[in-house]
Design a protein around this ligand. Structure first.
Ligand SMILES: Cc1cc2nc3c(=O)[nH]c(=O)nc-3n(C[C@H](O)[C@H](O)[C@H](O)COP(=O)(O)OP(=O)(O)OC[C@H]3O[C@@H](n4cnc5c(N)ncnc54)[C@H](O)[C@@H]3O)c2cc1C
Length: 430
């Protein structure tokens, strides 16, 4: 008789765990509180266009190997637009522009840093590329900005270069982020050649990318997915987990269990493993213009609170007239509660400064994820548990678990796969 596994939480961690277990011959049941799978990789209906708008731009750089592997397995790799070669346009407040590409010359020409800073940044990237895992672990209690200063980086290079990568990846700026988490991401993305930093951007809508294909994948292997099913509590008997108590009082039984819930929800369901990690918000402003502003897929805005702008019309291959730009604000503690009209007006002003196109803002919409990620603060490593719990048939997954990465899609997939491996190993040992 094949064994049964119950996975709770249908974000990327739960999807990855469920698919890995189904591959290993388990009969999997995936229960998810919301109407559809995907978790934070989500989109919502836009009444005006009749389509869907993403909750926030999700970038998958080439170094996200497990995420791309999962996408290929589910047959959705073609829903991600991957750069054939790295090109990151930086645009200054006066419209001046520098592209960072895979050629070292592009960096030497990068106009937004002094020549001395370009040299210092290049030296630091080389140094980071050679860091070992042990060296990186030692940095956990140090703020990233202090570590970058030790590497000879100036406040100008942190503000105009490093934070453009650290802030979206860690959802905290260098001054508040853990140096270990930053070093890990920077080493994986930049330290081993620019190819791994190539951007992959979803053609959107995000909420349709993983959910249905994952449900089909699981069903094809004898399992099932149950949406609108909320876990309330873990039921324990005789030193093992016998089931998950669901809202409504039903007890869902299985041989083994994976809780792939956000850490805040885990605090209700299984408090003993929930870590005291904080939350950091992400805000996305969607602005629709009456005509195209730019031909670029995306760009960074130098000297702006809004670091990144994505050309949603182009990325989504949307042929509707006008242009939809999506402005991404990471670590949005200071913007999370600002009125939407004020945010849209600031974003529009940033565009008008940089582009000459006489485009008129037609409408806007602001999406706020107050609990987008755990806070990648110094000292978080010892707080993040691995996949095992003290019960032999209960395992944990989630981007917040001990992956060594900040809260990313790659981290979520790795955590789900790690939970599935630990579960399979534990089952074969008994
Ligand atoms: C706006 C935004 C932008 C981002 N940008 C990027 C990016 O550019 N690159 C990147 O790599 N990452 C990005 N991330 C982070 C990435 O989306 C997350 O780290 C990752 O998706 C988390 O996956 P997860 O499965 O661990 O958790 P979640 O996605 O939170 O999934 C947990 C699931 O559990 C369900 N659940 C909760 N409670 C219960 C319960 N009691 N019973 C049953 N189910 C329950 C939830 O509904 C949810 O579906 C971004 C996140 C946001 C919000």
């Amino acid at each position: 008789m094949p064994k049964t596994a119950l996975v709770a939480g249908g974000g990327l961690a739960g999807i990855a765990a469920a698919c890995a277990l189904a591959d290993a011959g388990w009969i999997v049941r995936l229960v998810e509180a919301r109407r559809r799978l995907g978790g934070m990789v989500a989109s919502f209906p836009d009444r005006t266009s009749g389509g869907e708008v993403d909750n926030g731009e999700h970038i998958a750089i080439e170094a996200c190997t497990e995420l791309y592997d999962l996408a290929a397995k589910l047959g959705v790799a073609d829903r991600i637009r991957r750069q054939a070669s790295l090109c990151i346009p930086f645009i200054g407040p006066d419209g001046s522009r520098s592209n960072l590409t895979e050629s070292a010359i592009s960096f030497l020409m990068f106009r937004f840093l002094s020549l001395a800073d370009r040299w210092r940044v290049a030296r630091a990237i080389r140094r980071i590329g050679k860091m070992t895992d042990a060296e990186i672990s030692h940095l956990d209690s140090i703020p990233c900005a202090a570590w970058l200063e030790d590497l000879g980086q100036t406040p100008a290079s942190i503000a105009r270069f490093w934070d453009y990568f650290i802030c979206p990846a860690l959802n905290e700026p260098a001054e508040r982020a853990s140096a270990a988490l930053a070093a890990r991401v920077l080493r994986d993305a930049m330290g081993r050649g620019p190819r791994l930093a190539r951007f992959g951007l979803f053609k959107a809508p995000l909420g349709t990318v993983f959910g249905d294909p994952a449900a089909a994948y699981i069903a094809l292997r004898g399992g099932s997915v149950q949406p609108l099913a909320t876990v309330k509590k873990v039921a324990i008997a005789g030193g093992a987990v016998k089931g998950l108590e669901m809202a409504g009082g039903r007890l869902e039984k299985a041989d083994a269990f994976v809780l792939a819930l956000p850490h805040a929800e885990l605090a209700d369901v299984f408090p003993e493993s929930a870590p005291p990690l904080g939350h950091s918000p992400i805000l996305n402003a969607h602005l629709w213009y009456d005509r195209p502003v730019t031909d670029l897929d995306f760009f960074a805005m130098v000297d702006s609170r809004v670091h990144w702008v994505f050309n949603r019309s182009k990325l989504s291959e949307d042929r509707a007239p006008g242009q939809h730009l999506s402005f991404s604000v990471s670590a949005a503690h200071d913007w999370a509660h600002r009125p939407a009209a004020e945010i849209a007006s600031d974003c529009d002003a940033e565009i008008k400064r940089r582009f000459t196109a006489p485009a008129v803002l037609v409408r806007f919409l602001v999406s706020r994820e107050h609990r987008a990620t755990f806070t990648s603060a110094p000292g978080t490593a010892p707080l993040r548990p691995g996949p095992k719990t003290r019960y032999p048939n209960l395992f944990l997954a989630g981007a917040w678990t001990d992956t060594g990465l900040p809260a990313t899609m790659e981290g979520a997939v790795r955590s789900g796969r790690a939970a599935a491996s630990a579960l399979a190993a534990s089952a074969s040992a008994t």
